[in-house]
Design a binder for this molecule. Structure first.
Ligand code: ADP
Ligand code: ZN
Length: 611
């Protein structure tokens, strides 16, 4: 038994809820939290697998406050630590971190608070902890709970293995097999097993696994038609909100940021081609200011813990279904509604396939990557609820969600056998040697230079698809690919070949259904001019919200913390809705605990009363 077990008390019933309200300002637990917290309070070890944004941190923060003693939190990234510490301190909780970026003054504060037994949550990187001195010092100070965030990093099966994490089992032993809670968003069974065996050699912890679903994310995907118009249309729903627009290359990222600025959006760029200083500055602005849109490559986002990202837009197709889910998962961590849109085109598909083929991965790895990529294409062209399709890929069964583009707009299928046969025939008759543009030229009867050069104007298939526009054929090609009738060969340029199933359709032995919305004529483009909000907002509410945001920014700048550390968006929105008239009213607003009430209550109340 360790010294810390003396500190384990189960807390009075009702105490967690009281602390949830008084300290954090939340009215109810989220799904899973209460049970995990109770298990920790019972003194058991825990492995919790919960999706991003589900509120994992509270599962170790709250028990710490119910009991006494110090909780040591292992976290892989300094930026994450800094944010969490700032948020805790702003809620009146003594917290700190051990990291190389600390000032001497900050280090002294941390050491003093630990020595005097005031420190409640101490964050440290695994590198720091595997050094003997730190472990020794902490052992003397006494740790009652070890919380290991991003615990999948201990596993070589996970997507983010970190060698220092593998040593955490040893750290745990040195701390006298202290009670431990490991947390991750990665649910994969092999990874889970690995975490258990690496961290808990003596006792099997209670394992909690929560579903993959992120119900507050709206899912939508569209084929690229007029990229600029589509992105503008999406952004008009999100004027003044924080969000990310993912682009595929450095150049397109810079262009996107530029273009958005032209539209009056506060946009910045982030990619590996920018120098470290610029990257850090842009990231900092995104974290701290309101309503910044980051045009970024996928280099951006790892370790970004901003809870109020309201949208993620993919201007180019992600690499795999896993990458897609991780990237859109950066939106809506606060649980409030968040919007996502993924735009995809044939050029992206070719690029991604090429990246897989040309990577250094082993042949087996490439097979897996191709499967992951094909699963994403199937999701893009899914004939039914996207969430259902997505969750099914992760092994979860669910009902149609009602919160995706396909549930909302509905999808009708039509018998596309004849269209598919025209396409397949064009591919076969041109010798399975041509890419999209040429095939479309054959189908629509367009006498391009290449058509004339190869004499393809004499083919029987030439012009058989005149009744359909080029965009329609593009969509039909993608869908035919998603349906497994054709294959993309990557020898020199993206050329298409016919699969076995494709031959069956071509010979009339099988039929195929595709989405009818592909046949619809598209809306006219509207570009130019500043973006204006689309929704019919109550302008009075809008004005108050703007005033509250301005005050929040002022506090955030003074304390040099991100705006959401002062109050998350949801708190301000709740203030607008409730219009508290007294400090007591204010205490009932979402996210207003006692510390924040004392610090900011008057000032925000003042703005509301004067409004
Ligand atoms: P995760 O680590 O699971 O991605 P966090 O612990 O960062 O998620 O929590 C995400 C956001 O949800 C944070 O802003 C947190 O304060 C908030 N949150 C956590 N629990 C609750 C709750 N019970 N009610 C309201 N908000 C909560
Ligand atoms: Zn749905």
């Amino acid at each position: 038994m360790t010294a810390s077990s003396a500190l384990r008390n189960h807390g009075e019933p009702g105490k967690p809820l009281l602390i949830l309200h008084d300290v954090f300002g939340y009215s109810a637990f989220r799904q899973g939290q209460e049970e995990i917290i109770q298990t920790v309070l019972n003194g058991e070890n825990v492995l919790a697998v919960m999706p991003t944004g589900s509120g994992k941190s509270l599962c170790f923060q709250l028990p710490t406050l119910v009991r006494e003693g110090l909780t040591l939190v292992v976290s892989p990234l300094i930026a994450l630590m800094r944010d969490q510490v700032a948020q805790l301190r702003n809620n009146g909780i003594e917290a700190g971190s051990l990291n190389s970026a600390n000032s001497a003054e900050e280090n002294r504060r941390v050491v003093d608070a630990v020595r005097e037994g005031r420190m409640r949550l101490l964050y440290a990187s695994p590198e720091r902890l595997v050094q003997g001195a730190a472990a020794e010092w902490l052992n003397r100070a006494g740790v009652s709970l070890l919380a290991i965030d991003e615990a999948h990093c201990v596993s070589q099966w996970g997507h983010d293995f970190r060698p220092e994490y593998a040593l955490l089992g040893e750290v745990r032993r040195r701390l006298g097999n202290v009670q431990t809670i490991a947390l991750t968003a990665t649910a994969d069974v092999a990874t889970r097993q690995d975490i258990l065996s690496k961290l808990f050699d003596e006792a099997t912890p209670r394992v909690f696994v929560q579903g993959f679903d992120r119900p507050n994310l709206y899912l939508a995907m569209q084929p690229k038609e007029a990229l600029r118009r589509q992105i503008r249309q999406f952004l008009t729903k999100h004027v003044g909100e924080s969000g990310i627009v993912y682009c595929s290359t450095r150049d397109t990222t810079d262009e996107m940021a530029e273009r958005l600025r032209g539209d009056g959006v506060h946009a910045l760029a982030y990619h590996a081609g920018l120098d470290a200083g610029t990257r850090a500055r842009h990231q900092d602005t995104f974290l701290k200011e309101d309503g910044v849109v980051m045009a970024a490559t996928v280099a951006f986002g790892m370790g970004i813990d901003k809870p109020d990202v309201r949208f993620v837009c993919h201007a180019a197709l992600p690499k795999s279904i896993e990458a897609y889910y991780q990237e859109i998962g950066r939106a809506g961590r606060d649980g409030a509604p968040a919007d996502t849109l993924t735009l995809y085109g044939l050029d992206d598909m070719r690029l991604r396939r090429m990246q897989i083929e040309q990577s250094d991965a082993s042949p087996e790895q490439k097979i897996i990557e191709r499967q992951r990529f094909n699963a994403l294409i199937a999701l893009c062209e899914a004939p039914r609820c996207r969430r259902q399709t997505l969750l099914a890929y992760f092994g979860e069964r669910s009902e149609p969600c009602g919160h995706c583009d396909l549930c909302q707009d509905g999808v009708t299928l039509y018998d596309a056998t004849v269209d598919a046969q025209k396409l397949l025939s064009a591919i076969v008759r041109t010798g399975e040697r041509f890419g999209v543009e040429h095939l479309i030229a054959v189908l629509t009867g367009d006498e391009t230079e290449a058509i004339l050069k190869f004499g393809h104007q004499h083919l029987k298939t030439f012009g058989v698809g005149k009744d359909r526009g080029r965009q329609v054929w593009r969509s039909l090609i993608r869908q035919t690919y998603a349906a497994g009738l054709i294959n993309l060969e990557l020898a020199e340029y993206g050329r298409w070949s016919v699969t076995e199933r494709g031959w069956a359709v071509l010979k009339g032995r099988e039929t195929v259904e595709l989405r009818a919305d592909a046949l619809r004529p598209k809306e006219k483009a509207r570009t130019g001019g500043k973006l204006k909000p689309e929704r019919g907002h109550n302008s009075d509410d809008e004005a108050l919200l703007t005033a509250l945001k301005a005050l929040r920014m002022q506090f955030a700048r003074e304390a040099d913390v991100p705006a959401y550390v002062v109050f998350p968006d949801r708190s301000l929105i709740d203030m607008v809705a409730q219009r508290p008239q007294t400090l007591d009213d204010m205490a009932n607003v979402h996210g207003v605990g006692q510390a924040k009430l004392a610090r900011y209550g008057e000032a925000f109340l003042d703005v509301i009363l004067r409004h």
